[in-house]
Ligand binder design. Structure first.
Ligand code: HXC
Length: 515
């Protein structure tokens, strides 16, 4: 056979595989508002950068007449490419082929590209659209999931792992995304659950739709399983491209330096954002935008546990992880969910050499029976653990309230912050003036002729004495009390100083964090 004939044969085979599950299945995919697996990869990666592997892999099913079936690519497309010219490994499950179900060879393709990503130390992106373990292949499908989970865990903290949920993701299939760093969902398209509505109805007699059980909004707003929510697949891919621009390829590298840019000071001015009344809430994201390059803040978990804000921005071109209490929501308290959210983000930044800036304004941990019974002790401890463990540069700015456990937890010097700055508006004490006066002056207030007047006077006395940054500064717990307008310069200067920081953790196999 001539070279031309052999090339034509290759093209014919490729073309056959590119048809996926056939016309009818492709139409069904389109009708449900979804792109095909191949379209997704091409939309996400840089033009002409995709290089596919294992297109001609054959499935290994023998039972239930599976040996007579042709499943192109065994229902998953794998390969390499680039995003913003940075190399990535990628797989996308093809729902048009046996519902994207995970059989033995399907799993082998995924684990092969995962191994490749680890060996080359580049990010791994998984696009999930699958009915879960391929029922006809029995225990081999389960084994496939186990192999994937193991690799997810080994890769954790070495390469960034990004999961995109673009279809059903049921049973064990949800656990690979749950082991990765960032999970993206799209409204009306993404579904994640351990057991679906039918099983729930049979076992518990409870009725619920798939959307209400595990739709995109549920995971972006209630469970926190999803970090990013998009209205469309296109918007989702743009979010991924933006995320990739902030993070390093692997744990040996630093994030790419971007050209320095000043904040958009006409729109974001601290003086006009920050209220003069200490009881008035404000949006801490505006403070972040007033500090960072081009006022560009990329928020993570935007719709979940909004009493804390986490995300990436740049200072003088360098990627920074911001953690900030949000006074607009529950006065910025730490509770079960916000502690989980912050601790996970801190550990991500620490694993990938991203310096942390913490903005503090909170009355403390949220009191209440619900919180206590939901385990606020264990969850709150995660924040203490994550900050104490982190060895990346850690800079803290106390804007207003820093009371009690909240003061310590939000990256105080005691948890080894490298620099702690405070604005003159900072209030650093065991608790707020009202609560404190009611406790320490209880007898005095009770026995006074005019308890209300006495209470007011003593609260004011306490405020004057303790509700400021100077007591903490007198002990060196605050390094400098600065004007808000000096903050950006101070942070950039401190980051330059801390760039060669090399803190060695005590030798151990690993710690035992309060998971
Ligand atoms: C084999 C499957 C499949 C599966 C879907 N298909 N799921 N084939 N194994 N797990 C096939 C269907 O038979 C169908 O084939 C095609 O994919 C499209 O599926 P439909 O049902 O027509 O699509 P739709 O109506 O959109 O429903 C999608 C779905 C549903 C909600 C995902 O298919 C479903 O409930 N599937 C089963 C989900 C599940 O229970 N998975 C096992 C989880 S247990 P044809 O030939 O008709 O087109 C698990 C354990 C892992 O994953 C544990 C690891 C620790």
């Amino acid at each position: 056979m001539s070279l031309r004939a052999k090339t034509n044969e290759l093209k014919r085979r490729m073309n056959e595989a590119f048809q996926g599950g056939g016309e009818q299945a492709l139409e069904k995919q389109k009708a449900s508002g979804k792109m095909t697996a191949r379209e997704r990869i091409l939309a996400l990666l840089d033009p002409n950068s995709f290089h596919e592997y294992d297109l001609f892999v054959k499935h290994a099913g023998q039972d239930f007449d599976m040996d007579k079936k042709y499943l192109p690519g065994d229902g998953v497309i794998t390969g390499t490419g680039s995003i913003n010219a940075w190399p990535v490994c990628i797989f996308a499950q093809d729902f048009t082929v046996a519902g994207g179900s995970l059989g033995f060879m399907h799993a082998k393709k995924i684990t092969k590209i995962m191994d490749h990503a680890m060996k080359m130390k580049v990010p791994l992106i998984g696009i999930n659209d699958s009915g879960g373990a391929r029922i006809q292949e029995g225990v081999n499908s389960l084994a496939g999931y186990g192999e994937i989970f193991y690799r997810n865990t080994q890769a954790s903290g070495v390469i960034p792992q990004i999961s995109v949920i673009l279809g059903p993701c049921a049973g064990g299939a949800v656990y690979s995304p749950a082991l990765t760093d960032f999970v993206f969902v799209v409204d009306k398209i993404s579904k994640m659950f351990i057991t679906g509505p039918e099983v729930i109805k049979t076992v518990l007699g409870e009725e619920i739709s798939m959307e209400d059980l595990g739709g995109a909004r549920v995971h972006a707003e209630i469970t926190g399983n999803a970090h990013f929510f998009a209205e469309s697949e296109e918007e989702c891919f743009n979010q991924i491209k933006r995320l990739v621009s902030f993070i390093p390829w692997n744990n040996d590298k630093k994030a790419e330096l971007f050209p320095k840019k000043a904040p958009k000071s006409r729109h974001y001015k601290i003086e006009s954002i920050f209220p003069t009344n200490p009881m008035t809430p404000y949006d801490v994201r505006d403070v972040i935008k007033a500090l960072v390059d081009d006022s560009d803040f990329f928020e993570i978990h935007e719709n979940w546990a909004a009493n804390i804000v986490v995300g990436f921005a740049r200072l003088d071109g360098q990627t920074i992880g911001f953690v900030a209490n949000q006074p607009m929501v529950l006065a910025g308290v730490l509770d079960v969910d916000s502690s989980d959210k912050a601790a996970r983000f801190i550990r991500y930044c620490d694993a990938f050499n991203i310096p942390l800036v913490t903005l503090v304004d909170l009355p403390g941990y949220l009191p209440g029976i619900d919180q206590e019974h939901a385990g606020v002790i264990r969850h709150g401890a995660k924040v203490l653990y994550a900050y104490s463990e982190a060895t990346v540069p850690k800079l803290t700015v106390i804007l207003r309230k820093a009371y009690g456990g909240g003061y310590i937890a939000m990256c105080s010097h005691h948890l080894r912050a490298d620099f702690v700055l405070a604005w003159p508006t900072a209030e650093i004490a065991v608790m707020g003036p009202e609560g404190a006066a009611n406790i320490i002056f209880r007898t005095e207030i009770k026995s006074s002729d005019n308890p209300d007047e006495t209470r007011k006077k003593l609260i004011e006395e306490y405020r004057q004495k303790f509700a400021n940054p100077y007591v903490a500064a007198a002990y060196g717990y605050v390094d400098a009390v600065i004007e808000p307008s000096e903050t950006r310069n101070f942070l950039i200067h401190s980051l330059t100083l801390a760039q060669n920081k090399n803190e060695i953790a005590p030798k151990k196999k690993h710690g035992v964090p309060p998971f």
